[in-house]
Ligand binder design. Structure first.
Ligand code: IPM
Ligand code: MG
Length: 357
């Protein structure tokens, strides 16, 4: 095969963590003769600094041409006050939307070695394996109208939460299919007691259940789901929800595993072309210090191989290598506990490469 991966390091710790994932990519490319070629493109604040646009046309064109995208992180205080449409986050949102990456898969898996890094008791989280399926190109993130206007002498901020039936059905299908290859349990999260848009969400998901008789479907309001996630997270298998609730719940689920620095994600289109990025942000407070955890990005690479390149065998090898490194007691600062060896970003990446065998 000959596959093109576009590397988009972005801002903050993005370049540091992506560099480690690229080391792993180069190693497996060689070891398994994958025939992968890579290219690089600017995105976010770093693209704005050069092109005056967080997603310049040249970057979008490269993204369209690639089979998959490995993405770091974007944003930082430096760009928080520039014109809203030019902010780094808008670049990422435009990329997701332009490529039709509507299905965001965010697994929250607890590596047994990290049970003590979780803020919850080990017995509550041990063996945790949840998959959040977040709708990524609709809802309040993209709904019109939106903005800040002046009314009666004061400013009014407004956004629109909107989903049509086909958008709900499309993400519902992804979630049902994934539930079928997992524990066959699907939770749909809404706020149907207050918001009409999620009342429709609940109705559509409910109507799909008949097509998947083996899947046990349940529904929860988002406030209850947030509570249940910290009370008894192991009751969940696949969770499907809209863009905003998915954003919030996936950070919460990630933290159950000890550190958001461990969690990868995939954002897929209808044909499984995807953008792969860590769930965490650009962490400007620690950027440039060489202490960020590269494992979420390395695990994102593993998802890339699994979903977009259909090389589950290679993905397994990477995941095993990560586990072996954790087993050996290496920890970046965010997951460090007494008795383990604290390492920096590059040392962690090198250790994963070495563990590939
Ligand atoms: C995420 C991030 C993004 C989002 C931001 C950076 C726009 O929080 O991927 O979860 O809200 O989707
Ligand atoms: Mg988020």
């Amino acid at each position: 095969m000959s596959k093109k991966i576009l590397v988009m390091p972005g801002d903050g710790i993005g370049p540091e963590i992506v560099a480690e994932a690229v080391k792993v990519l180069n190693a497996v490319n060689k070891k398994f003769d994958l025939g992968i070629s890579t290219d690089e493109a600017l995105v976010g604040g770093s693209a704005y600094d050069v092109h005056g646009d967080p997603l310049p046309e040249v970057s979008l064109e490269k993204a369209r041409a690639a089979d998959a995208i490995l993405f770091g992180s974007i944003g930082g205080p430096k760009w928080d006050t520039i014109e809203r449409d030019k902010r780094p986050e808008r670049g990422l949102l435009r990329l997701r939307s332009s490529l039709g990456l509507f299905a965001n898969l965010r697994p929250a898996i607890l590596f047994p070695q990290l049970a003590s890094a979780s803020s919850l008791k080990p017995e509550i989280v041990s063996g945790l394996d949840i998959l959040i399926v977040r709708e990524l190109t609709g809802g309040i993130y993209f709904g019109q109208p939106r903005g800040i206007r002046v009314e009666n002498g004061e400013r009014v901020g407004f956004n629109t939460d909107v989903y049509n039936e086909s958008e709900i059905r499309r993400i519902g299908r992804v979630a049902f299919e994934l539930a079928m290859v997992r524990d066959k349990k699907l939770l749909s999260v809404d706020k149907a007691n207050v918001l009409e848009v999620t009342e429709l969400w609940k109705e559509v998901i409910t109507s799909m259940a008949a097509e998947y008789p083996e899947v046990q479907v349940s529904h929860m309001y988002v406030d209850n789901a947030a509570m249940q996630l910290v009370r008894a997270p192991k009751q969940f298998d696949v969770i499907v929800t809209g863009n905003l609730f998915g954003d919030i719940l996936s950070d919460e689920a990630a933290m159950l595993t000890g550190s958001i620095g461990m969690l990868p994600s995939a954002s897929l289109d209808e044909n499984r072309k995807g953008l792969y990025e860590p769930c965490h942000g650009s962490a400007p407070d620690i950027a440039g210090q060489g202490i960020a955890n590269p494992l979420a990005t390395i695990l994102s690479l593993s998802m890339l191989l699994r979903y977009s390149l259909e090389r589950a065998d290679v993905a397994d090898v990477i995941e095993k290598a990560v586990e072996q490194v954790l087993e050996g007691g290496l920890r970046t600062a965010d997951i460090w506990t007494e008795g383990c060896r604290k390492v920096g970003t590059a040392e962690m990446g090198d250790a994963v490469v070495a563990a590939l065998g």
